[in-house]
Design a protein. Structure first.
Length: 306
């Protein structure tokens, strides 16, 4: 277990300790979220490290990570709680077989906590060890507005109402990280309850630092070429630009292939690690990949001669 950071610099150190290379703006909003007890809403393209923030905080702070993966059609039963109906039916049958059919007592018994199945949002309100968990609500934009509306109670007061029982309030409110890939706009009412930060693609220096932290076995000239190539690739007219996650995957793939430098054939053979749409791959393979490689190699050489 580790105490919450006392400053922005402490937050940077905390993230670095878990090999997350954050810029100061992101470290600032993470620090404020932790100190103010406010949910943190992170938007940005897929693969830029939004989800990783929650994992890193849980690991660095020694807290439980509770993840709610959002999807279309997500409802209360999957996200918050549901009753264990098979077990309730067994309890009813046993009561009937024994002749104990006091309906009021039976109703009270079968709708007790021992028959309650707790899903991620309800689990996040509990802190049996006295430490607030980290709650990750991942890809909220995949759900619908009805579920967003339900989240308002959870994020405003850190409580959930179970009609058959009571309103369950968190004694130690969780650290909440919400992510969105912005496939649709999330309602303002929910955003107002959060601190907001847009997570963009890193610049060359920070992406190189990320690669060196996460894939030290491929550091050096190869890492520099990979980062420069990906940075240039993001400037092309692509359907889906590669994120940092794809950069790390590519570095790992090249390391597995025992490559120490980029060449046109290797790029063409491994474009599927970086790009996930055939139109993008068809656009970039061959002469386009050669053009980008020549461009970045010339830039690296010029920088080295300065």
């Amino acid at each position: 277990m580790r105490d919450l950071p006392a400053s922005i610099d402490d937050t940077v150190d905390l993230l670095n300790s878990a090999r997350y290379v954050a810029d100061r703006a992101l470290a600032t909003v993470v620090f404020l979220s932790l100190r103010m007890g406010r949910p943190l809403f992170l938007e940005g393209e897929a693969g830029v490290g939004k989800t990783e923030i929650a994992k890193v905080l849980a690991d660095a702070l020694g807290r439980r990570l509770i993840r709610l993966q959002c999807y279309e059609g997500l409802d209360v039963a999957s996200a918050v709680y549901e009753w264990n109906y098979p077990a309730q039916m067994v309890e009813i049958r046993l009561a009937e077989a024994s002749g104990d059919i006091d309906r009021e007592r039976m109703t009270s018994d079968i709708f007790s906590e021992r028959f309650l199945i707790k899903r991620p949002l309800l689990q996040a309100l509990e802190a049996p060890d006295g430490l607030a968990p980290v709650l990750l609500i991942d890809e909220l934009d995949r759900t619908d507005e009805a579920f967003e509306a339900f989240l308002l109670e959870v994020l405003s007061d850190f409580q959930v109402t179970v009609p058959e029982l009571e309103t369950i309030v968190a004694e130690h409110p969780p650290i909440v990280i919400i992510t969105s890939n912005r496939t649709r706009e999330v309602h303002d009412a929910l955003k107002r309850r959060c601190l907001y930060h847009w997570v963009g693609y890193p610049d060359t220096a920070r992406e190189l630092a990320i690669v060196e932290a996460r894939a030290p076995e491929a550091a050096g000239d190869l890492a520099q070429e990979v980062v420069a190539f990906v940075q240039a690739l993001r400037g092309e007219d692509l359907f889906k630009r590669p994120g940092v996650a794809e950069t790390l995957d590519w570095v790992s793939a090249l390391h597995e292939l025992d490559r120490v430098a980029l060449d046109p054939a290797t790029i063409n053979d491994t474009l599927g690690v970086l790009l996930k749409y055939q139109d993008d791959i068809a656009r970039m393979e061959g002469s386009e990949a050669q053009r980008l490689l020549s461009q970045i190699q010339a830039e690296i050489k010029a920088e080295a001669n300065r």
